[in-house]
Design a protein around this ligand. Structure first.
Ligand code: ASP
Length: 434
């Protein structure tokens, strides 16, 4: 007797309470479940206080799950994306446009950060007496070295989760597949199938995101909470206002004016990625979700998704640039340094370079701050006091600035995809999943 015959003989069973609840849960779009988790988590955290730290493990579990997917996803999608290009020269064209746009948006972010710092003057009257100086080990390195990009051992780079060396190797492997032609067909097909599977892995992990987001937000609200805004008031408001401006206005305008596409479907399509960036404070953890929404909701083709987004996660950080520029003016005001126009320019240029070199992980900016502050004579000891002052509040500011770090990548990917004819405008306009 076949299974079909057996099941056809049984009367259809109505789902039990549990079945109905599961149906109800999955009937709600994921982004709505994540927002509900975020709001609930914030309320529980405020109510529970520091005790909320006891559910940190649930948040950590989510971040581990999603970070686990980063390296395999980046490797297989880049290889298959490049192999799908057909012509290796197109890689150069996509790469150059992407990098130029990333530098452009980061420079705008630095301008926004400096302007906010000059006009709102967040550092005036800052009182560092309660700060515990933080000695920074990894401070001050500006830009990227050869070791950061070209791996001496690809397996070590993969095992260490080093993104740029992985990107470098994957670009090379994809180009080699293209250059080999006919004989490399099976390998290209294998990577294409692997990237579909990895995107599915991300989709499965994302089903856990409401629980992870709930725990992460409850913990932050319970341990730091909205007290950030009272304690470092103007600075926190500048980070919030600047980040909203950068994401909604600057990145919105880039999509509108450079990709000639409506803005609403863009933000609707990337909601999941923005929420994950906000709750994890990590561009690295957001990368798999960003790649998924870019392909499935914005209709960007793998060739651009796989090259622009992993690169953007590491080199393009608008929120970080804005934050570092703002902190530079904050430090100048707090330590009584009068900045000249040349010094502002120097701060601007150094900040762009520092933002490129900042790791896409929580609180990374703070460890890069010294590189900018030394340009106008702030000593390592003063930097240590400043970082000690900010650190207790940094988590909330980090959540806020990590959002523009990711919207910049998605906006640039949309523009480059449009210029390269690598976007399905129908999918973009319908922005499914919402
Ligand atoms: N948390 C940021 C990110 O992952 C980096 C930073 O500004 O600290 O994008």
């Amino acid at each position: 007797m076949t299974l079909e015959a057996g099941s056809a003989a049984e009367p259809p069973r109505s789902p039990g309470v549990f079945g109905r609840m599961v149906g109800l849960w999955f009937g709600v779009p994921l982004w709505q479940r994540i927002i509900a988790a975020l709001l609930l988590g914030a309320a529980v955290g405020l109510f529970w206080g520091p005790g909320a730290a006891s559910i940190k493990w649930i948040g950590d579990l989510f971040v581990h799950l999603i970070r686990m997917a980063v390296i395999p996803l980046v490797l297989v999608t880049i290889v298959s994306g490049v192999a799908a290009l057909g012509d290796p020269r197109r890689l150069g064209s996509i790469g150059v446009k992407t990098l130029v746009l990333y530098l452009f948006t980061t420079s705008v972010a630095v301008g926004v950060g400096l302007s906010l710092g000059v006009f709102a003057q967040p550092g005036l009257g800052a009182d560092f007496s309660a700060a515990t100086p933080q000695v920074l080990s990894a401070s001050g390195s500006v830009g990227l070295g050869i070791n950061d990009v070209v791996p001496a051992n690809i397996f070590k780079a993969l095992a260490d989760g080093a993104l740029l060396p992985t990107i470098f190797f994957a670009l090379l492997l994809g180009s080699a597949i293209l250059a080999t032609g006919e004989k490399a067909r099976p390998m290209a097909a294998m990577f294409e199938s692997a990237s579909e599977v990895m995107l599915k892995v991300v989709a499965i992990i994302m089903e856990f995101s409401p629980f992870g987001v709930f725990a992460l937000i409850a913990m932050v609200m319970g341990t730091t909470g909205v007290s950030v805004f009272a304690n470092i008031g103007v600075l926190a408001l500048c980070v919030l206002g600047g980040s909203i401006f950068q994401s909604l206005i600057v990145h919105g305008l880039i999509v509108r004016l450079m990709a000639w596409l409506p803005v609403i479907p863009f933000f609707r399509g990337i909601t999941d990625a923005m929420l994950v960036a906000f709750s994890t404070s990590s561009s690295m953890a957001t990368l798999p979700v960003a790649m998924r929404v870019a392909e499935e909701n914005l209709g960007i083709k793998p060739a651009v998704v796989s090259t622009a987004l992993p690169l953007g996660a590491t080199v393009s950080m608008d929120g970080t640039a804005l934050y570092i520029a703002l902190l530079a003016t904050f430090a100048a005001q707090a330590f009584g340094v009068q900045l000249s126009l040349e010094q502002y320019l120097l701060i601007g240029v150094t900040t762009v370079m520092v933002a490129v070199g900042t790791a896409p992980v929580p609180s990374a900016s703070l460890f890069m701050l010294a590189g900018v502050l030394t340009t106008f004579g702030i000593s390592p000891e003063q930097t240590a006091v400043l970082v000690g002052f900010i650190l207790p509040f940094d988590r909330v500011l980090d959540m806020i600035r990590t959002v523009p770090n990711n919207t910049s990548d998605l906006a640039v990917a949309t523009v480059v995809a449009r210029w390269e004819n690598e976007i399905d405008v129908e999918i973009y306009k319908s922005s499914k999943d919402i």
